[in-house]
Design a protein around this ligand. Structure first.
Ligand SMILES: Cc1ncc(COP(=O)(O)O)c(C=O)c1O
Length: 420
Protein backbone atom coordinates (compact mmCIF):
# COMPACT_ATOMS: atom_id res chain seq x y z
CA UNK A 1 0.00 0.00 0.00
CA UNK A 2 1.17 3.53 -0.83
CA UNK A 3 0.67 6.31 1.75
CA UNK A 4 -0.83 9.60 0.59
CA UNK A 5 0.81 11.49 3.48
CA UNK A 6 4.13 13.20 2.90
CA UNK A 7 6.15 13.75 6.09
CA UNK A 8 7.61 16.87 4.42
CA UNK A 9 4.14 18.46 4.22
CA UNK A 10 4.57 20.07 7.65
CA UNK A 11 7.72 21.80 6.43
CA UNK A 12 5.89 23.22 3.44
CA UNK A 13 2.59 24.24 5.04
CA UNK A 14 3.30 25.24 8.62
CA UNK A 15 1.53 28.15 10.31
CA UNK A 16 4.63 30.39 10.56
CA UNK A 17 5.36 30.28 6.83
CA UNK A 18 3.34 33.36 5.92
CA UNK A 19 4.73 35.35 8.88
CA UNK A 20 8.29 34.44 7.93
CA UNK A 21 7.76 35.37 4.29
CA UNK A 22 6.29 38.76 5.25
CA UNK A 23 9.11 39.48 7.73
CA UNK A 24 11.75 38.57 5.11
CA UNK A 25 10.13 40.81 2.53
CA UNK A 26 10.28 43.72 4.97
CA UNK A 27 13.84 42.77 5.99
CA UNK A 28 12.47 42.58 9.53
CA UNK A 29 13.41 39.03 10.45
CA UNK A 30 15.12 39.30 13.85
CA UNK A 31 16.66 35.83 13.63
CA UNK A 32 19.92 34.47 12.16
CA UNK A 33 21.56 37.89 11.93
CA UNK A 34 25.25 37.47 11.25
CA UNK A 35 28.01 38.51 13.64
CA UNK A 36 31.31 39.49 12.08
CA UNK A 37 33.45 39.58 15.21
CA UNK A 38 33.48 38.62 18.88
CA UNK A 39 30.51 39.01 21.22
CA UNK A 40 31.62 42.14 23.08
CA UNK A 41 29.61 45.12 24.42
CA UNK A 42 29.73 46.56 20.90
CA UNK A 43 29.71 44.07 18.02
CA UNK A 44 30.29 44.15 14.31
CA UNK A 45 27.11 42.82 12.75
CA UNK A 46 26.09 42.91 9.10
CA UNK A 47 28.42 45.72 8.19
CA UNK A 48 27.67 48.00 11.13
CA UNK A 49 28.76 48.45 14.73
CA UNK A 50 25.87 47.72 17.07
CA UNK A 51 25.56 47.86 20.84
CA UNK A 52 25.07 44.28 21.99
CA UNK A 53 22.13 44.12 24.38
CA UNK A 54 21.16 40.62 23.35
CA UNK A 55 23.78 38.19 24.58
CA UNK A 56 24.12 35.88 27.56
CA UNK A 57 27.76 36.82 27.96
CA UNK A 58 26.88 38.25 31.38
CA UNK A 59 30.41 38.68 32.69
CA UNK A 60 31.82 39.73 29.32
CA UNK A 61 34.41 36.96 29.51
CA UNK A 62 34.26 35.89 25.84
CA UNK A 63 36.85 38.55 25.09
CA UNK A 64 38.95 38.02 28.22
CA UNK A 65 42.60 37.23 27.44
CA UNK A 66 42.82 34.55 30.16
CA UNK A 67 39.74 32.75 28.85
CA UNK A 68 41.04 32.95 25.29
CA UNK A 69 44.38 31.63 26.53
CA UNK A 70 42.58 28.72 28.26
CA UNK A 71 40.95 27.88 24.93
CA UNK A 72 44.22 28.25 23.00
CA UNK A 73 46.24 26.07 25.35
CA UNK A 74 43.59 23.35 25.16
CA UNK A 75 43.52 23.62 21.38
CA UNK A 76 47.29 23.40 21.14
CA UNK A 77 47.56 20.49 23.53
CA UNK A 78 44.58 18.38 22.45
CA UNK A 79 43.86 19.52 18.90
CA UNK A 80 40.63 20.72 17.32
CA UNK A 81 38.29 17.95 18.44
CA UNK A 82 38.13 14.74 20.47
CA UNK A 83 36.09 12.76 17.92
CA UNK A 84 34.38 10.65 20.51
CA UNK A 85 32.13 10.48 23.53
CA UNK A 86 33.25 11.30 27.08
CA UNK A 87 32.43 7.62 27.75
CA UNK A 88 35.05 6.30 25.33
CA UNK A 89 37.90 8.31 23.81
CA UNK A 90 36.59 11.83 24.57
CA UNK A 91 37.60 12.54 28.18
CA UNK A 92 40.65 14.71 28.86
CA UNK A 93 42.18 15.97 32.09
CA UNK A 94 40.45 19.32 31.57
CA UNK A 95 37.02 17.67 31.96
CA UNK A 96 38.04 16.18 35.28
CA UNK A 97 39.54 19.45 36.54
CA UNK A 98 36.43 21.31 35.44
CA UNK A 99 34.13 18.80 37.16
CA UNK A 100 36.15 19.10 40.37
CA UNK A 101 36.12 22.89 40.31
CA UNK A 102 32.43 23.13 39.45
CA UNK A 103 31.50 20.73 42.26
CA UNK A 104 33.56 22.79 44.72
CA UNK A 105 32.14 26.09 43.48
CA UNK A 106 28.55 24.81 43.56
CA UNK A 107 29.16 23.11 46.92
CA UNK A 108 28.02 19.74 45.57
CA UNK A 109 29.50 16.27 46.06
CA UNK A 110 30.14 15.78 42.37
CA UNK A 111 29.56 17.25 38.92
CA UNK A 112 29.32 15.87 35.38
CA UNK A 113 30.24 17.91 32.31
CA UNK A 114 28.11 17.52 29.16
CA UNK A 115 28.70 18.82 25.63
CA UNK A 116 25.90 21.42 25.89
CA UNK A 117 23.49 22.70 28.51
CA UNK A 118 20.59 21.32 26.51
CA UNK A 119 22.12 17.85 26.72
CA UNK A 120 22.73 18.26 30.44
CA UNK A 121 19.00 18.78 30.97
CA UNK A 122 18.08 15.94 28.61
CA UNK A 123 20.69 13.70 30.16
CA UNK A 124 19.68 14.32 33.77
CA UNK A 125 15.91 14.34 33.37
CA UNK A 126 15.80 11.56 30.79
CA UNK A 127 17.82 9.28 33.07
CA UNK A 128 16.65 10.12 36.59
CA UNK A 129 12.98 9.97 35.61
CA UNK A 130 11.25 6.90 34.22
CA UNK A 131 7.73 5.92 33.15
CA UNK A 132 5.73 5.69 36.37
CA UNK A 133 7.38 8.79 37.88
CA UNK A 134 5.87 12.27 37.80
CA UNK A 135 7.74 15.42 36.89
CA UNK A 136 6.31 18.75 38.04
CA UNK A 137 7.60 21.66 35.95
CA UNK A 138 7.04 25.42 35.97
CA UNK A 139 5.25 26.48 32.75
CA UNK A 140 8.06 28.99 32.15
CA UNK A 141 10.81 26.36 32.28
CA UNK A 142 13.34 26.28 29.45
CA UNK A 143 12.58 24.15 26.38
CA UNK A 144 15.46 21.79 27.20
CA UNK A 145 13.75 20.91 30.49
CA UNK A 146 10.56 20.12 28.65
CA UNK A 147 12.53 18.02 26.15
CA UNK A 148 14.14 16.09 29.01
CA UNK A 149 10.73 15.46 30.59
CA UNK A 150 9.36 14.19 27.27
CA UNK A 151 12.39 11.96 26.75
CA UNK A 152 11.90 10.38 30.17
CA UNK A 153 8.27 9.39 29.48
CA UNK A 154 7.44 10.30 33.08
CA UNK A 155 4.04 11.91 33.64
CA UNK A 156 4.44 15.65 33.10
CA UNK A 157 2.42 17.95 35.33
CA UNK A 158 3.09 21.63 34.58
CA UNK A 159 2.07 24.39 37.00
CA UNK A 160 1.48 28.08 36.35
CA UNK A 161 4.67 30.10 36.28
CA UNK A 162 6.04 30.91 39.74
CA UNK A 163 2.69 30.24 41.44
CA UNK A 164 3.47 28.40 44.65
CA UNK A 165 -0.26 27.78 45.32
CA UNK A 166 -0.51 26.02 41.94
CA UNK A 167 2.62 24.03 42.69
CA UNK A 168 1.05 22.79 45.90
CA UNK A 169 -2.13 21.69 44.12
CA UNK A 170 -0.08 20.00 41.40
CA UNK A 171 2.00 18.17 44.01
CA UNK A 172 -1.20 16.89 45.64
CA UNK A 173 -2.18 15.36 42.30
CA UNK A 174 1.35 14.10 41.68
CA UNK A 175 1.39 12.33 45.05
CA UNK A 176 -1.67 10.38 43.92
CA UNK A 177 0.09 9.27 40.73
CA UNK A 178 1.95 6.69 42.76
CA UNK A 179 5.53 7.10 41.50
CA UNK A 180 8.55 9.18 42.47
CA UNK A 181 8.23 12.95 42.05
CA UNK A 182 10.76 15.46 40.75
CA UNK A 183 10.04 19.21 40.73
CA UNK A 184 12.12 21.09 38.17
CA UNK A 185 12.36 24.87 37.85
CA UNK A 186 14.62 27.48 36.32
CA UNK A 187 16.41 29.45 39.05
CA UNK A 188 16.31 32.54 36.82
CA UNK A 189 13.79 32.33 33.99
CA UNK A 190 15.44 33.00 30.67
CA UNK A 191 12.96 35.37 29.03
CA UNK A 192 11.57 37.47 31.88
CA UNK A 193 14.68 37.25 34.07
CA UNK A 194 12.52 36.60 37.14
CA UNK A 195 13.56 34.29 39.96
CA UNK A 196 11.93 31.11 41.30
CA UNK A 197 10.74 31.35 44.93
CA UNK A 198 13.05 28.56 46.05
CA UNK A 199 12.38 28.69 49.83
CA UNK A 200 8.67 28.01 49.28
CA UNK A 201 9.41 25.42 46.59
CA UNK A 202 11.87 23.59 48.86
CA UNK A 203 9.30 23.53 51.64
CA UNK A 204 6.65 22.02 49.39
CA UNK A 205 9.07 19.43 48.03
CA UNK A 206 9.82 18.38 51.60
CA UNK A 207 6.12 18.21 52.46
CA UNK A 208 5.40 15.91 49.51
CA UNK A 209 8.66 13.92 49.53
CA UNK A 210 9.60 15.23 46.08
CA UNK A 211 13.14 15.77 44.78
CA UNK A 212 14.07 19.21 43.41
CA UNK A 213 16.19 20.13 40.40
CA UNK A 214 17.08 23.76 39.60
CA UNK A 215 18.38 24.99 36.24
CA UNK A 216 20.98 27.64 37.12
CA UNK A 217 21.80 28.53 33.48
CA UNK A 218 21.16 32.26 33.99
CA UNK A 219 22.21 32.36 37.63
CA UNK A 220 25.63 30.67 37.77
CA UNK A 221 28.27 33.38 37.64
CA UNK A 222 25.70 36.02 38.58
CA UNK A 223 23.71 35.41 41.78
CA UNK A 224 24.90 34.65 45.28
CA UNK A 225 28.03 35.84 47.06
CA UNK A 226 30.16 33.18 45.35
CA UNK A 227 28.15 33.51 42.13
CA UNK A 228 27.02 29.90 42.52
CA UNK A 229 23.41 30.69 41.57
CA UNK A 230 19.92 30.94 43.03
CA UNK A 231 20.36 28.01 45.44
CA UNK A 232 23.32 29.85 46.97
CA UNK A 233 21.47 33.18 46.96
CA UNK A 234 18.73 31.62 49.08
CA UNK A 235 21.15 29.64 51.26
CA UNK A 236 19.56 26.41 50.01
CA UNK A 237 22.42 24.59 48.34
CA UNK A 238 21.98 21.59 50.61
CA UNK A 239 18.23 21.49 49.94
CA UNK A 240 18.31 21.41 46.15
CA UNK A 241 18.94 17.85 45.00
CA UNK A 242 20.29 18.51 41.52
CA UNK A 243 21.55 21.66 39.85
CA UNK A 244 22.11 22.18 36.18
CA UNK A 245 24.15 24.98 34.61
CA UNK A 246 25.51 25.85 31.21
CA UNK A 247 28.85 27.26 30.07
CA UNK A 248 27.18 29.25 27.29
CA UNK A 249 26.32 32.26 29.42
CA UNK A 250 28.55 33.66 32.19
CA UNK A 251 31.23 31.05 31.46
CA UNK A 252 31.76 32.38 27.93
CA UNK A 253 31.94 29.00 26.25
CA UNK A 254 29.72 26.05 25.38
CA UNK A 255 28.87 23.00 27.47
CA UNK A 256 26.74 22.03 30.47
CA UNK A 257 26.96 20.55 33.93
CA UNK A 258 24.85 18.63 36.43
CA UNK A 259 25.91 18.91 40.06
CA UNK A 260 24.56 16.76 42.90
CA UNK A 261 25.09 13.69 45.09
CA UNK A 262 28.08 11.55 44.03
CA UNK A 263 26.05 8.35 43.56
CA UNK A 264 23.49 10.09 41.33
CA UNK A 265 26.23 11.73 39.26
CA UNK A 266 27.96 8.34 38.92
CA UNK A 267 24.69 6.83 37.70
CA UNK A 268 24.37 9.56 35.05
CA UNK A 269 27.98 8.95 33.98
CA UNK A 270 27.20 5.38 33.00
CA UNK A 271 23.51 5.61 32.06
CA UNK A 272 22.75 9.00 30.55
CA UNK A 273 22.31 8.61 26.80
CA UNK A 274 22.72 12.33 25.93
CA UNK A 275 26.03 12.13 27.83
CA UNK A 276 27.26 8.85 26.37
CA UNK A 277 26.07 8.98 22.78
CA UNK A 278 27.46 12.28 21.62
CA UNK A 279 30.99 13.56 21.09
CA UNK A 280 32.50 15.54 23.93
CA UNK A 281 32.98 19.27 23.46
CA UNK A 282 35.97 20.58 21.53
CA UNK A 283 38.94 21.00 23.93
CA UNK A 284 38.96 24.78 23.37
CA UNK A 285 35.41 25.02 24.80
CA UNK A 286 36.40 23.06 27.91
CA UNK A 287 39.63 25.05 28.37
CA UNK A 288 37.74 28.34 28.08
CA UNK A 289 35.05 27.24 30.56
CA UNK A 290 37.69 26.18 33.09
CA UNK A 291 39.49 29.52 32.82
CA UNK A 292 36.15 31.35 33.25
CA UNK A 293 35.26 29.26 36.33
CA UNK A 294 38.62 30.21 37.87
CA UNK A 295 37.95 33.92 37.28
CA UNK A 296 34.49 33.57 38.84
CA UNK A 297 35.98 31.85 41.89
CA UNK A 298 38.66 34.50 42.38
CA UNK A 299 38.10 37.87 44.12
CA UNK A 300 37.58 39.39 40.68
CA UNK A 301 34.49 37.21 40.29
CA UNK A 302 32.66 39.13 43.01
CA UNK A 303 33.42 42.42 41.30
CA UNK A 304 32.08 41.08 38.01
CA UNK A 305 28.86 39.77 39.60
CA UNK A 306 28.30 43.17 41.22
CA UNK A 307 29.08 45.02 37.98
CA UNK A 308 26.67 43.09 35.79
CA UNK A 309 23.83 43.58 38.29
CA UNK A 310 24.68 47.25 38.61
CA UNK A 311 24.49 47.59 34.83
CA UNK A 312 21.15 45.76 34.83
CA UNK A 313 19.77 48.22 37.41
CA UNK A 314 21.07 51.15 35.35
CA UNK A 315 19.50 49.94 32.11
CA UNK A 316 16.25 49.08 33.89
CA UNK A 317 16.04 52.56 35.38
CA UNK A 318 16.94 54.25 32.08
CA UNK A 319 14.36 52.35 30.05
CA UNK A 320 11.66 52.87 32.70
CA UNK A 321 12.38 56.61 32.77
CA UNK A 322 11.91 56.70 29.02
CA UNK A 323 8.45 55.24 29.59
CA UNK A 324 9.07 51.68 28.40
CA UNK A 325 7.29 48.98 30.38
CA UNK A 326 10.12 46.95 31.81
CA UNK A 327 9.55 43.70 33.72
CA UNK A 328 10.20 44.49 37.39
CA UNK A 329 12.83 42.55 39.33
CA UNK A 330 11.43 39.75 41.50
CA UNK A 331 10.46 40.86 45.00
CA UNK A 332 10.94 38.13 47.59
CA UNK A 333 8.57 37.42 50.46
CA UNK A 334 10.88 39.41 52.81
CA UNK A 335 10.76 42.43 50.46
CA UNK A 336 14.25 42.06 48.94
CA UNK A 337 14.50 42.69 45.23
CA UNK A 338 16.50 40.23 43.09
CA UNK A 339 17.97 41.91 40.03
CA UNK A 340 19.24 39.71 37.18
CA UNK A 341 21.08 40.67 33.96
CA UNK A 342 17.88 40.16 31.92
CA UNK A 343 15.94 43.41 31.43
CA UNK A 344 12.87 42.67 29.28
CA UNK A 345 10.81 45.41 27.61
CA UNK A 346 7.17 44.40 27.27
CA UNK A 347 5.68 45.01 23.82
CA UNK A 348 2.71 42.60 23.70
CA UNK A 349 1.96 42.24 19.99
CA UNK A 350 4.35 40.02 17.97
CA UNK A 351 4.55 42.31 14.93
CA UNK A 352 5.04 45.42 17.05
CA UNK A 353 7.94 43.68 18.77
CA UNK A 354 9.47 42.77 15.42
CA UNK A 355 9.14 46.34 14.08
CA UNK A 356 10.56 47.83 17.27
CA UNK A 357 13.44 45.37 17.04
CA UNK A 358 14.10 46.47 13.44
CA UNK A 359 14.04 50.17 14.33
CA UNK A 360 16.56 49.56 17.12
CA UNK A 361 18.70 47.36 14.90
CA UNK A 362 18.87 50.07 12.28
CA UNK A 363 19.72 52.59 15.00
CA UNK A 364 22.67 50.38 16.02
CA UNK A 365 21.31 48.42 19.00
CA UNK A 366 20.91 44.64 18.93
CA UNK A 367 18.35 43.09 21.28
CA UNK A 368 16.59 39.72 21.26
CA UNK A 369 12.93 39.34 20.37
CA UNK A 370 10.79 36.81 22.22
CA UNK A 371 7.44 36.00 20.69
CA UNK A 372 4.98 33.16 21.30
CA UNK A 373 5.73 30.27 22.05
CA UNK A 374 8.90 31.52 23.82
CA UNK A 375 6.52 33.73 25.85
CA UNK A 376 2.74 33.47 26.43
CA UNK A 377 0.45 34.69 23.57
CA UNK A 378 0.35 38.54 23.36
CA UNK A 379 3.34 38.63 25.67
CA UNK A 380 6.01 39.59 23.10
CA UNK A 381 9.15 41.05 24.65
CA UNK A 382 12.35 42.67 23.63
CA UNK A 383 14.75 40.74 25.83
CA UNK A 384 17.61 43.07 26.59
CA UNK A 385 20.52 41.87 28.70
CA UNK A 386 23.74 43.43 29.93
CA UNK A 387 27.34 42.43 30.45
CA UNK A 388 29.66 43.36 33.31
CA UNK A 389 31.87 44.93 30.62
CA UNK A 390 29.29 47.42 29.29
CA UNK A 391 30.51 50.86 30.32
CA UNK A 392 28.18 53.69 31.22
CA UNK A 393 28.85 55.60 27.98
CA UNK A 394 27.76 52.60 25.94
CA UNK A 395 24.61 52.09 28.02
CA UNK A 396 23.82 55.82 27.78
CA UNK A 397 24.23 55.68 24.02
CA UNK A 398 21.91 52.67 23.86
CA UNK A 399 19.33 54.57 25.93
CA UNK A 400 19.62 57.60 23.62
CA UNK A 401 18.93 55.30 20.69
CA UNK A 402 15.93 53.74 22.42
CA UNK A 403 14.60 57.27 22.99
CA UNK A 404 15.19 58.30 19.39
CA UNK A 405 13.44 55.21 18.03
CA UNK A 406 10.52 55.41 20.44
CA UNK A 407 8.88 58.59 19.12
CA UNK A 408 9.02 57.61 15.45
CA UNK A 409 7.87 54.08 16.27
CA UNK A 410 4.85 55.22 18.26
CA UNK A 411 3.87 57.77 15.63
CA UNK A 412 3.67 54.94 13.11
CA UNK A 413 2.49 51.97 15.20
CA UNK A 414 0.65 53.51 18.16
CA UNK A 415 1.62 53.62 21.83
CA UNK A 416 3.74 50.95 23.43
CA UNK A 417 2.51 49.32 26.67
CA UNK A 418 2.79 51.65 29.63
CA UNK A 419 2.43 54.77 27.42
CA UNK A 420 -1.24 54.78 26.33
C1 LIG B 1 17.41 28.10 31.27
C2 LIG B 1 18.23 27.40 30.24
N1 LIG B 1 18.51 26.11 30.40
C3 LIG B 1 19.24 25.43 29.50
C4 LIG B 1 19.74 26.03 28.36
C5 LIG B 1 20.51 25.23 27.38
O1 LIG B 1 21.85 25.55 27.44
P1 LIG B 1 22.83 25.50 26.17
O2 LIG B 1 22.50 26.68 25.32
O3 LIG B 1 24.17 25.58 26.78
O4 LIG B 1 22.58 24.22 25.46
C6 LIG B 1 19.49 27.38 28.18
C7 LIG B 1 20.03 28.06 26.97
O5 LIG B 1 19.44 28.82 26.31
C8 LIG B 1 18.71 28.09 29.12
O6 LIG B 1 18.41 29.38 28.94
Amino acid sequence: MHTSIDVFAKARQHERLEQLRAARELDALPYFRVLEGPTLPVVEMEGQQRIMLGSNNYLGLTGDERVKQGALEALNRYGTGLTGSRFLNGTIGLHLELERELAEWMDAEAALVFTTGHQANLGALGTILAPGDTVVADSGDHASILDGCILSRAKLRPFRHNRVDRLERTLEKAAADGGGILVVVDGVFSMEGDVAPLPEIVELCRKFGARLMVDEAHALGVLGRRGAGTAELFGLEDQVDLRMATFSKSLASCGGVIAGPADVIEFLRIQSRPFMFTASAVPAATGAALAAVRICRSDEGRQLFAKVLDNARYLHRGLSELGFQVVEPTRLADGTEVVTPVVPVVVGDDWKAVFLWKALYEAGVYVNVAIHPAVPPSGALLRTSVMATHDRDTLDLALERFAAVQAAFEAEHGPLPGRS
